[in-house]
Design a protein around this ligand. Structure first.
Ligand SMILES: Cc1cc2nc3c(=O)[nH]c(=O)nc-3n(C[C@H](O)[C@H](O)[C@H](O)COP(=O)(O)O)c2cc1C
Length: 193
């Protein structure tokens, strides 16, 4: 297991964590590229968790960014209850990161246009042009492939921005696990693992 200095300072730990978070969107093999996003389900549906791709991480504003289909249930869940968690696990680092954040759902505007420009040339573009919303019952034998013409017109890409409130970092170590709570103000609190 990799052994980080147990006496690591708040600044150093936050820097290391953000180093990994900012690398992840650019590295297909980084385990933190695909965190689990947990939201509060609407009405009695209970907690909802699913894998997403981390698209951007900003160490200055403590913001994380994910793309989704604007019609997916996670969007209405976050519009109703913007408090969410993103969970990252890295086997390489032996680190778990539980990020508590306040989400904003961007459905239009500069951020969405820029995101669409980035994905429209890629294979992922087809994820955002389906005529039917995600989770809709698939009619039997109907092709799930969108019409290539759809790529030029309407898309349903939404940008989810997560403003981090706090991060719960857990490092599994042979000589004793380490756990700390990090906040954007720079405070660090060591916790019993
Ligand atoms: C590896 C992986 C990456 C995924 N990335 C995304 C993503 O970036 N955005 C997204 O909306 N769904 C993504 N999904 C699909 C979601 O996990 C989920 O099935 C879908 O978004 C529907 O979620 P919802 O019904 O809770 O809104 C991904 C699934 C996998 C397995």
């Amino acid at each position: 297991m990799p052994q980080e200095n147990p006496e690591i300072s708040a600044d150093d730990l936050a820097t290391r964590v953000w180093q990994e978070l900012t690398r992840a969107p650019h590295d297909r093999h980084h385990e933190w590229r695909t965190p689990v996003l947990a939201t509060q389900g609407i009405a009695a549906s209970g907690p909802q968790a699913r894998t997403v791709v981390l698209r951007h991480a900003d160490a200055v504003s403590w913001t994380l960014c994910v793309y989704t289909d604007a019609r997916s249930p996670k969007c209405s869940e976050l519009q109703t209850q913007p408090l969410a968690q993103l969970i990252f696990w890295s086997k390489r680092l032996h680190w778990q990161l539980r990020v508590s954040a306040l989400a904003t759902v961007e459905l239009e505007g500069e951020q969405v246009n820029a995101a669409w420009e980035r994905v429209r040339q890629s294979h992922a573009a087809t994820d955002y042009v389906s005529p039917m919303p995600p989770g809709h019952i698939q009619p039997a034998r109907q092709s799930i492939k969108p019409d290539p013409g759809d790529l030029a017109s309407t898309h349903h890409l939404a940008v989810l921005s997560f403003k981090v409130n706090s991060m719960d970092w857990l490092a599994l170590r042979q000589d004793g696990h380490r756990r700390a709570r990090l906040s954007p103000s720079g405070s660090l609190l060591w916790l019993v693992p």
